[in-house]
Design a binder for this molecule. Structure first.
Ligand SMILES: *[C@@H]1O[C@H](CO)[C@@H](O)[C@H](O)[C@H]1NC(C)=O
Ligand SMILES: *[C@@H]1O[C@H](CO)[C@@H](O)[C@H](O)[C@H]1NC(C)=O
Ligand SMILES: *[C@@H]1O[C@H](CO)[C@@H](O)[C@H](O)[C@H]1NC(C)=O
Length: 299
């Protein structure tokens, strides 16, 4: 879908028992954390009110267009927006961040550095996504292609979730991201309070396993891995929000498009100690081109 950039995201904290892996304490100054079903910032409830700006790194890679980031953030803060969600990836292709497995373009990375530094300066928190479901800017498909070029056998991009080499590539990318030291602020990403949260993937789906179990297993493994490297930041999945087998009654009524097709299970996919909150992406206009406005609202 071309319009991923238009996704309105709505953050909701999951009701979940307190645990060791999640970020629940409000003790670290400047970090967004959670307490029960509340986001907390500097001891007070924090209400995320934000926007998608997938293009930040791309535009900030060229110093001549960095002003676009500044303008966007200034406009956002002047209207009370507090969170920007952006891509922490561009796998292969023009202005790639990761040019090949484990190889990074320093200038592009400095573009992301700039976006984070500018968010910090202007008081915006960021949600940064590690990879794309879809092939825009690389994504799962590019990871699987990389593995194939190293002799791995793969049937489809859904092997992203199970192929050991691909999983290692992804973990390496996570590690590179959290360990990155920002060239502007001199602070490692994993220690940067401007980052509100990481997201595992933009709109993960796995049609190869409609039960959702393949995706659930991948989320569990990767969420634990992210937290093993970075215990200060919140973590979410990036799912659209389609229910699956763990909530059959909702699957039937609220999920006419995706039920039993996309291999996601919103409840099971979030039921991990290492996943701190959930968000949804809603496109009723795209999903129901033939329904009228009233029916879309009902959905
Ligand atoms: C909003 O962005 C525009 C450029 O698109 C810029 O001229 C203007 O100064 C910005 N407004 C604020 C309040 O920052
Ligand atoms: C996710 O990827 C699959 C291909 O594996 C694709 O069919 C699907 O449309 C993608 N979903 C989104 C929301 O882009
Ligand atoms: C919208 O569509 C629904 C279902 O087809 C129908 O019942 C309803 O009358 C329609 N509403 C309008 C305002 O056209």
């Amino acid at each position: 879908m071309k319009c991923l950039c238009l996704v309105a995201f709505l953050a909701i904290v999951i009701t979940q028992s307190y645990n060791d892996l999640g970020v629940e304490a409000a003790s670290r100054d400047g970090f967004v954390s959670r307490k029960g079903v509340q986001f907390i910032l500097d001891g007070k409830p924090f209400y995320a009110n934000g926007f998608n700006a997938y293009w930040l790194t791309y535009e900030a890679t060229d110093p001549a267009t960095r002003f676009k980031i500044t303008y966007a953030f200034q406009n956002a803060t002047s209207r009370g927006l507090t969170v920007a969600r952006t891509w922490g990836f561009r796998d292969g292709g023009y202005r790639a961040l990761q040019t090949a497995p484990g190889r990074y373009d320093e200038l592009t990375f400095q573009g992301l550095d700039f976006a984070i530094a500018e968010a910090k300066r202007l008081g915006i928190k960021m949600i940064i996504t590690f990879v794309n479901n879809y092939s825009d800017f690389g994504g799962r498909k590019q990871y699987v292609e990389w593995a194939k070029s190293q002799g791995q056998v793969a049937n489809s991009e859904d092997d992203f979730y199970t192929n050991p080499l691909v999983k290692q590539f992804f973990k390496n990318h996570v590690k590179t991201m959290v360990d990155r030291v920002n060239t502007f602020t001199k602070i490692a990403y994993k220690d940067e309070p401007t980052i509100m949260a990481w997201e595992l993937m933009n709109e993960p789906q796995c049609k190869a396993d409609p039960s959702g179990k393949t995706l659930t297993a991948w989320i569990g493994e990767m969420a634990t891995y992210v937290k093993s490297l970075d215990s200060k930041h919140l973590l979410s999945t990036g799912l659209e929000g389609f229910y699956g087998d763990s909530s059959p009654q909702r699957k039937a009524s609220l999920n006419p498009v995706a039920a039993n097709v996309l291999g996601t299970d919103f409840i099971a996919n979030h039921f991990f100690d290492a996943i701190d909150f959930a968000s949804i992406h809603s496109y009723p206009d795209l999903w129901f081109p033939n329904l009228n406005e009233t029916s879309r609202l009902e959905f």
